[in-house]
Design a protein around this ligand. Sequence first.
Ligand SMILES: Nc1ncnc2c1ncn2[C@@H]1O[C@H](COP(=O)(O)OP(=O)(O)OP(=O)(O)O)[C@@H](O)[C@H]1O
Ligand SMILES: Cc1ncc(COP(=O)(O)O)c(N)n1
Length: 270
Amino acid sequence: MLNEFTQVLTIAGSDSDGSAGAQADLKTFMARGVYGMSVLTAAVAGNSYGIHDSVNMPVSFIENQIKDIKDDFKVSAFKTGMLSDSEIIHTVTEAIKDKPFGYFVLDPVIITKHGAMLLETEAYQTLIDELFPLADLITPNFYEAKKLSGLELENKEEIIKAAHKLRKLGPKNIMIKGEHSDDSIDEVEDYVLLEDGQSFWISEPYVKTEHINGTGDTLSSCIVAELAKGQSMEDAIKTAKTFTYNAIKHEIAVGHKYGPINHFVKDDIQ
Ligand SMILES: Nc1ncnc2c1ncn2[C@@H]1O[C@H](COP(=O)(O)OP(=O)(O)OP(=O)(O)O)[C@@H](O)[C@H]1O
Ligand SMILES: Cc1ncc(COP(=O)(O)O)c(N)n1
């Protein structure tokens, strides 16, 4: 008799340099001890200098990938990352609306740190209308939270207001990731609003590094892994914040510019 194994899924884009997208998700799943699967929505050609080309997968191919996973596996939690446009969002919504894969973490990927658009502007509303109501958690970064809430987020009160506004759109839990574009900050502070109305700020020291590709993907896929293993939403978020911080702090020398973070990092490293 074989052992049962916790199974998770990412529905995301491929990033050729392995730093972000589905590759970062699969590395995180491996590091957190769960069996990871990937449905590819798109593929980008890029390296540590930036993204230089991209293609979307045909929607029939996205449907077939999801169908094959549904037909065979017992997925306990999944995430979505790069979804490119309204047609892909609609395809994914139709395929997952009967909740075949357990907890759903929606990472509303809009733009990369280098300014490459991974979601068309016209598709923001489709994401809100179709996928937000299905999500157990959304994890917008500072920029994405501004775009999706329509607020400027100039202070903590506005961030709290944005989280409440986003929750009214349907997702059960909200995590707004803090600003980290300014080298003078000491801490990167994220805000979490939970389903039961409780909320908290979660912070780690700011790491001054250029090796930051894939931070958002790593955070959301670590939350997926921990939810699948049975952690509560609050504990999964806290574990993921620590894991991502450690992966940023313990840099690896890969790439010449904005390199990947360190998915080999161990839990006991402080
Ligand atoms: N330089 C840093 N030092 C410490 N923590 C960081 C740093 N950069 C990001 N983080 C943390 O990493 C996690 C991912 O957040 P981030 O805002 O980078 O996501 P993201 O913008 O979606 O990623 P990306 O820009 O790669 O798409 C958050 O918890 C954030 O606070
Ligand atoms: C295919 C793909 N998906 C997502 C991101 C953003 O990654 P992150 O927000 O984690 O840096 C990326 N660079 N490429």
